[in-house]
Design a protein around this ligand. Structure first.
Ligand code: ADP
Length: 419
């Protein structure tokens, strides 16, 4: 039985870097738990505090029902795998896996059997006698996982173990790792910045930003009902539409989400309307995932948006269209930050879409026309199925109102759609 509890855990590095702030989490026995967030958000620091490689500055860390802040790494019985896997170069694959058992003084025959068994599970049997230098990146990483798991640790910690591998291998290995740790039942904490990895592998995910825990839940929960705008945007490919609106409670209609040039209406019988009323006359952020928009032939009052297609991307199974809709959009990175956002890099490093979002997010006033000088307002992304719309075509988009994600101006979820 291994569960991990972080009770108000914080970390300030010497020099004053506040890496982790008041994190409260419970990781259950046998769970594959993923810490997810952009680089620098504090994931590795949390993992290293759990391992005992880094001291906590505040709060309590509990392992197996006892406070573990002062336990040495050895006493915690954790095993850790890092990005580069670091094997002993002069030992074979089997020799590397054997090493922890030798150090522990285990019976040799039993140790060999255990190494053979785990090698089979990891698909390493054919290369058991090879040195690390003769292996591929994926094989080396498998061997490192084998060496970490061989002593049956009570807690398995993995820090971006796949990030140095190419895309195909990552997909293959993430399935294998998830299968393996589930079959052993070892409680596992897995750090990644890759949302697909997190969504596909995790039993539950914790999303971090600037050292703060923003959301925790099953992949489905945090995708369907994210706690903040940041989480909604981080777990979204293709990118979610984040639209700026003013909420107006209108008798006989519902709560109108007024985007200036366009509007949607959340009807009174919608369970979120009561919470929305408290934002009457104020700003709200409306999240619409591209697949909640469907091209249609006719306008339905209160649930149709219109956009002019500017850019099309072919994604194999469908087209992704970028349309101008004259709706102000929001940059999720600027919402809800407790401190001013540092200067952003130039457009070249941010990619086209981030560049667009950044440009459009500056102008908060609705603009009736498609153009604002050079600033195109290409701000509604939707999937068009197999029908390819024409560039310049005006498209009516039906909005699945049940799937609207509604946030206050500070980025927090207004109401719970599910849960
Ligand atoms: P992540 O794993 O999410 O990329 P880290 O936990 O490595 O983030 O880092 C969180 C923050 O703490 C970053 O701002 C990082 O620069 C800082 N940091 C990490 N390690 C140290 C250290 N040893 N000394 C000072 N600051 C550190």
């Amino acid at each position: 039985m291994t569960d991990v509890v972080l009770d108000g855990v914080g970390k300030v590095y010497p020099g004053g870097q506040h890496a982790v702030r008041d994190v409260r989490l419970r990781i259950n026995d046998g769970e594959l738990f993923v810490l997810l967030g952009p680089s620098g958000c504090g994931k590795s620091t949390i993992l290293r505090m759990i391992a005992g490689l880094e001291e906590t500055t505040s709060g309590e860390l509990w392992l197996n029902g006892g406070v573990a802040n002062d336990l040495s790494p050895r006493e915690r019985n954790v095993a850790m795998v890092f990005q580069d896997g670091a094997l002993y170069p002069h030992r074979t694959v089997a020799g590397n896996m054997m090493f922890p058992l030798e150090v522990a003084g285990d019976d040799r025959a039993q140790a060999r059997e255990r190494v053979a068994e785990l090698s089979r599970a990891l698909g390493l049997s054919p290369m058991a006698d090879r040195l690390p230098a003769t292996l591929s990146g994926g094989q080396r990483q498998r061997a490192a996982i084998g060496r970490a798991l061989i002593r049956e640790p009570s807690l398995f910690l993995m820090d971006e173990p796949l990030s140095s591998l190419d895309a195909g291998l990552r997909t293959e290995l993430r399935l294998e790792i998830a299968g393996l740790v589930r079959s052993t039942g070892t409680t596992t904490v897995y750090v990644t910045h890759d949302q697909v990895e997190a969504m596909t592998m995790a039993d539950r995910i914790a999303v971090l930003r600037d050292g703060v825990l923003e959301d925790v839940g099953t992949p489905e929960q945090i995708y369907r009902d994210p706690a903040t705008v940041f989480v909604a945007a981080f777990l979204s490919t293709p990118p979610i539409n984040l639209l700026q609106a003013t909420a107006w409670a209108v008798q006989d209609q519902g709560v109108v989400l007024d985007f200036g040039a366009q509007r949607l209406t959340v009807p009174w019988n919608d369970p979120r309307s009561p919470a929305l009323i408290s934002h009457h006359g104020g700003p709200v952020i409306v999240g619409v995932r591209p697949d909640a928009l469907t091209p249609v032939a006719d306008v339905r009052e209160g649930r149709t948006l219109v956009g002019r297609v500017r850019v099309l991307e072919f994604h194999g199974h469908d087209w992704l269209a970028y349309a101008e809709a004259g709706i102000p959009t929001i940059d999720p990175n600027t919402v809800g930050r407790p401190v001013p956002v540092p200067a952003e890099p130039g457009p070249a490093s941010g990619g086209r879409l981030r560049g667009l979002l950044r440009r459009t997010s500056r102008a908060r006033q609705p603009v009736p026309e498609e153009h604002e000088g050079h600033h195109r307002r290409s701000n509604l992304i939707f999937r068009s199925g197999t029908d390819r719309p024409a560039r310049g075509e005006e498209i009516l988009l039906d909005v699945d109102l049940d799937r609207l994600l509604l946030f206050a101006a500070d980025g927090r979820r207004i109401t719970s759609v599910r849960r």
